[in-house]
Design a protein around this ligand. Sequence first.
Ligand SMILES: Nc1ncnc2c1ncn2[C@@H]1O[C@H](COP(=O)(O)OP(=O)(O)OP(=O)(O)O)[C@@H](O)[C@H]1O
Length: 241
Amino acid sequence: MTDLLRVTGAVREFGPDAGLFGLDLTVAPGEIHALAGLNGAGKTTLMRAVLGMLRPTSGTVHLGGIALNDLPAEAWGRVGHLVDHPFAYPELSTRQNLELAARLRRVAADQVAQIVTTGMADLGITRYAAIRAARLSQGNRQRLGLTAALQHRPRLVVLDEPTNALDPAGVIALREVLLARAATGTGVLVSSHHLDEVARIAHRISVLNHGQIVGALDPATPDLERAFFHLLHADDEERGR
Ligand SMILES: Nc1ncnc2c1ncn2[C@@H]1O[C@H](COP(=O)(O)OP(=O)(O)OP(=O)(O)O)[C@@H](O)[C@H]1O
């Protein structure tokens, strides 16, 4: 089966210790692949490279077997992402923002209302449908961004620290949506600092350190935190740090 995402040898150096340094990664259909790593390890940079927001100086990114440069515009309608801060027009309501997001993802006009209604219910923001984005709390703004990333039922989902600012109910709602989507073949690349939460949803956890994947964690490992630091320390020792 073709991987929904394949990154091969991605390099993008910002400095001797910052960027991506020959990174390989895949996401298969139905797989939730989590990235864990300390601040500055390169998780966001990797996601930005995957989404064409920055260009690796070498290496390749393929989505559904097609190189990023050759990807037809409509293929982006099968991708959903939330990287950096959730974007929303402050003067538009939650529903209006989501309608726009759906149209940008090429959802047919006669399906937009239904998709937005279902998306808001999935992430628990229906009661804020008529509220202007400028008035939303940080967590509800995050839910709006997540709904925009997920409502059009993309085949590949890329989420950078999606539980940021979410309350426990939001964390559970997101978990349920991601698990349900993966069960129907969606591939998910997700970064998080919350190893316990990652362990609940991920099929695979890759650990990034200094722009490289230095190992994998088994989500069923009882003491994930310990295993995570063990991998990091072993890598740092190898690098002589
Ligand atoms: N556009 C840029 N110009 C220069 N340096 C950059 C740029 N983007 C990222 N970096 C640097 O690359 C490194 C990796 O940053 P990145 O944001 O990918 O880390 P991260 O793993 O997502 O960290 P965090 O967990 O803090 O979000 C950092 O040292 C960062 O300062």
